[in-house]
Write a protein that binds this ligand. Structure first.
Ligand SMILES: Cc1ncc(COP(=O)(O)O)c(C=O)c1O
Length: 425
């Protein structure tokens, strides 16, 4: 149960949010009851914290998420502040004056990110997105001709392209291994990937969660095996941050890149990279400024990337606070609960073909499916025309990617299932 003080701290940050929570004004006992996540009212109140329109249903945080009102408010307040008070900027201490990012060490925000993924701020650099982070790592590592980079056959362009460039530019060898769509189960994926490792493999790059199927890969076990063989491991967490628990120490990876604009409700253009200190020390910067060779704060060496947008980081800060105050585990459970409800419902429709793993332990809030004979575009368009619902097409074969999040309700999921049943005849 969330304490009244903490939840109000979160939602009370927003002047817009307060009027939408009249139910919280009551006796302490009533309030406590309403704040119990088991109560249906609780998630309705959470839904009220989002600016999302009421006339449509959003099922696509896998592309870009929905921002809580408090995030928008924090961002616009800061934007207004710097627009009206630029003259206040004395150019004395980049780390204190919050007019532009890019020269500021962003220590407070890096510390919050560290808390989220169980890493120290020193090992974290702020980036704009996953593509940036992955590129910094690929470009910063030195590989020799013939060195192999292994990944799956289902990676996103923003995760794999910097490694393909490594092949074209330096003669490294980029290899992919087919893991099945749907993936069968974790042992099968583990076997397929480990069988493709060779004595020449120097880098294992994997999505922690595959964006085109929602499959959570057995990355902990794979990182342990790679470590035994002296292989550098880097995980693409574009789909995991704010969606499932990420503990980089427990996973045992050498590097992890993620973004906040999908599942944690931060503004677009917010991401991070984590690299274990032993590797970060020797990683070359791809974007270089004064600190490019200053090793007193390794995370800052990579965070210093030239003039950037501070209001966006204020929004990110608010999104992280919102997530922590709601309780990360509670958020992950709710996302999975709704995702499973959708998958269970779809399973009862014989004409539905699922591309998400049949093994629930590999699934959370992403479900990818199609109706026999349909294209993804047709399914996406029909959802919009008939239900004002927005999952995202995955092309001709794979149908739609249908994400569930804390701003969705059981009723919305059930309505989507009913529509699919109707179309399936
Ligand atoms: C697995 C994966 N990697 C990388 C990316 C690219 O992320 P970004 O646009 O934050 O760079 C995405 C975006 O959807 C993704 O799903």
């Amino acid at each position: 149960m969330i304490s009244r003080r903490n939840l109000l701290k979160s939602i009370g940050l927003s002047a817009f949010a307060l009027p939408s929570l009249p139910t919280f004004a009551g006796t302490a006992t009533e309030t406590e009851t309403l704040l119990d996540p088991a109560e249906p009212e609780f998630w309705k109140n959470v839904r009220n914290q989002f600016a999302l329109d009421r006339d449509s249903v959003f099922f696509n945080p896998g592309t870009v998420g929905a921002m809580p009102k408090v995030v928008v408010e924090k961002m616009t307040t800061h934007l207004n502040y710097i627009a009206s008070h630029t003259a206040d900027w004395a150019y004395q201490d980049d780390n204190k004056e919050e007019f532009i990012s890019g020269y500021n060490n962003l220590l407070s925000i890096r510390t919050k990110v560290g808390k989220l993924i169980n890493a120290s701020a020193a090992e974290i650099a702020m980036t704009d997105n996953v593509t940036n982070g992955m590129s910094y790592i690929a470009n910063g590592l030195t590989l020799q001709p013939g060195d192999e980079i292994l990944t799956t056959d289902q990676e996103h362009g923003g995760g794999q392209s910097s490694w393909i460039q490594k092949e074209k530019r330096f003669g490294a060898v980029f290899k992919t291994v087919a893991i099945g769509k749907p993936c069968l189960n974790s042992p099968d994926v583990y076997d397929k990937i480990t069988k493709a490792l060779t004595p020449k493999t120097k880098v294992l790059m994997l999505s922690h969660m595959i964006s085109g199927s929602g499959a959570i890969l057995p990355v902990k076990e794979l990182c342990a095996e790679a470590k035994r063989r002296g292989i550098f491991t880097v995980l693409d967490g574009a789909q995991t941050i704010g969606h499932i628990k990420v503990d980089v120490k427990d996973l045992g990876c050498d590097a992890y890149v993620g973004c906040f604009h999908k599942w944690i409700g931060a503004p677009a253009g917010t991401g991070f990279m984590f690299v274990k200190m032993e590797h970060l020390k020797t990683l070359w910067t791809s974007v270089s400024s004064y600190r490019w060779d200053d090793h007193t704060d390794e995370g800052f060496r990579f965070t210093q990337r030239g003039t950037g947008n501070f209001p966006v980081l204020k929004g990110l800060d608010a999104a992280l606070d919102f997530h922590f105050e709601l309780g990360p585990d509670r958020v992950y459970e709710r996302i999975k609960f709704l995702g499973k409800r959708l998958r269970d419902g779809l399973r009862t429709v014989p004409k539905v073909k699922s591309f998400s793993p049949p093994d629930e332990s590999m699934c959370a809030g992403i479900t990818v499916y199609n109706l026999e004979g349909w294209t993804g575009k047709k399914l996406q368009d029909r959802y919009w025309e008939k239900g004002k619902m927005r999952p995202r097409s995955q092309g001709d074969v794979f149908g739609v990617r249908h994400c569930t999040h804390i701003f969705n309700s059981e009723e919305e999921i059930d309505r989507a299932i009913a529509l699919v049943k109707e179309w399936a005849g």
